[in-house]
Design a binder for this molecule. Sequence first.
Ligand SMILES: Nc1ncnc2c1ncn2[C@@H]1O[C@H](COP(=O)(O)OP(=O)(O)O)[C@@H](O)[C@H]1O
Ligand SMILES: [Mg+2]
Length: 589
Amino acid sequence: MGPKRMPKDAKQTVRRLLGYLNEDKGKLMLAFLCVIVNTIATLAGSYMLRPIINTYIAPVDGSRGDAAGLARGLGVMALVYLLGVITNYFQAKVMLTVAQNALQKLREDLFIKLQSLPVRYYDTNSNGDIMSRFTNDVDTIGNMLSSTLVQLFSGALSLVGTFLLMVYTNLYLTVITLVMIPLMMKAGGAVARRSQKYFSAQQYSLGALNGYIEETITGQKVVKVFCHEEVAREEFSILNGELRENQIRAQFFGGIMGPVMGNLSQVNYSLTACIGGLLCVVKGFDVGGLTVFLNFSRQFSRPINEISMQISNVFSALAGAERVFHVMDEAPEPADEADARVLEPMEGHVVFEDVTFGYVPEKTILKHISLYAKPGQKIAFVGSTGAGKTTITNLLNRFYDIQSGRITIDGVDIRRLSRESLRKNIAMVLQDTHLFTGTVRENIRYGRLDATDEEVIQAAKTASAHSFIMRLPQGYDTMLEGDGANLSQGQRQLLNIARAAISKAPILILDEATSSVDTRTEKHIEHGMDRLMANRTTFVIAHRLSTVRNANAIMVLENGEIIERGDHEELVAHKGRYYQLHTGLSELD
Ligand SMILES: Nc1ncnc2c1ncn2[C@@H]1O[C@H](COP(=O)(O)OP(=O)(O)O)[C@@H](O)[C@H]1O
Ligand SMILES: [Mg+2]
């Protein structure tokens, strides 16, 4: 349950959702036809008891019952019910297919959309949130399509049907039911509201407590080292107490719901039976009629409850659908220019001309950046966290477009290039390694899908990854799962380097590629890196200055500006910021 999620524009969302059912219109009609037959069969089955009682059990003319006739009557009744069961089965089966077809299409559209969204979208939305649209929201939509829709329809249908039959059977008794039902609903609603409130509180406390437990378990070393056990115990006991209180309240109100409704329904039943009995005696109302009426009045509240319950499901499914459609309405990466150029092969001559950029227009991050890199050169960026180093590489990839200035590769403005041809020519190794589920070989080949097995091995050798791969249980065929959880951080990074090595991209970006590995591994990786950089225009961002010493040019960035530039010797001789960093007079960050 939890707080209700309401759709903002239900009509529009429903229309779009129905679009996904369009292809299965015929099946949908069939399912609804089944529901109609099913509802009629159920109602007819119940009503048939009246003639059966009146003719075979307690004949209205006072004669004796007729066993053979009774058996026949019950046989027909069974057949009618059987028809109900069969149609119900078909309806469920058809709706399941219809719903799954729609979901498959929805997931497909969503995934395709996700591939087309710009990096900006992923930078500004949490992964968890995007994931939950894919899982939770699509699931609630699925539930609605496969069962809620049908239940709503059949609920409404049987409500109307039951009501009509009740009126037909006896008008007085119908009036009594019509008075009692709202009373019951009101009482039930009051209890439900309270229990809903306490239930949300219970869920909230439960979440808080679980969060606290998880935090202290994963952070147990920190807790111990800072002698925080006592405080942790106290904080825990407060949360624990709250959960107890809320759980008692929630479960109490949840628990009395059933009995309250049960008692009220008994009152209704007795009242109807008393007055109905009286009508039989005084007004000649038939016993069969009374029997079926008692059944109907008992059943009457069921579709009402069902509908009210399903309506909240519909709302949360529509809210989910809205969240899904919201993603689909996000603007994709703008299309390439109609006559976008394809530069292949690129040489790797990169020039930034007076580039100014901000992720949001109000806040300029990079100011007037100008630099050039000749093919095969190595350009390094150093500077404190947040200086704008990663941002520069984001621009080169066209993850973001610049606001003013120009970036050219081999003399062509990158905005005039097709994104595919631009990105094909850039390889990247980042601090956060990323491996996909698959074998080692497949992960390396990700860098260039048409690479041969020999080329994969060659790339692994370039990255100094070959020897450790050979020591893995199945060598290059070892399966990697969960982002390479079975490898060390350094090994994961070597595979990322191999993946970059196999691509023939003439431009290479290394963003803190060695920052999260220890110095020994770094030494090991460095050989691979050096081989990787050979003959490529490389932009390297490094935390440890030792790794940028041999760069052709080092740019010292501060607050989005290049404050010093030159090679290592020049910058040291200049005795500026780089010199301070180099001699340890000033720290990065
Ligand atoms: N996706 C983003 N959206 C908005 N601001 C960002 C984004 N990424 C980085 N920034 C901001 O841009 C500035 C430069 O960040 P970044 O280029 O990542 O620095 P560096 O790599 O030098 O540590 C920082 O102030 C950071 O907060
Ligand atoms: Mg960075």
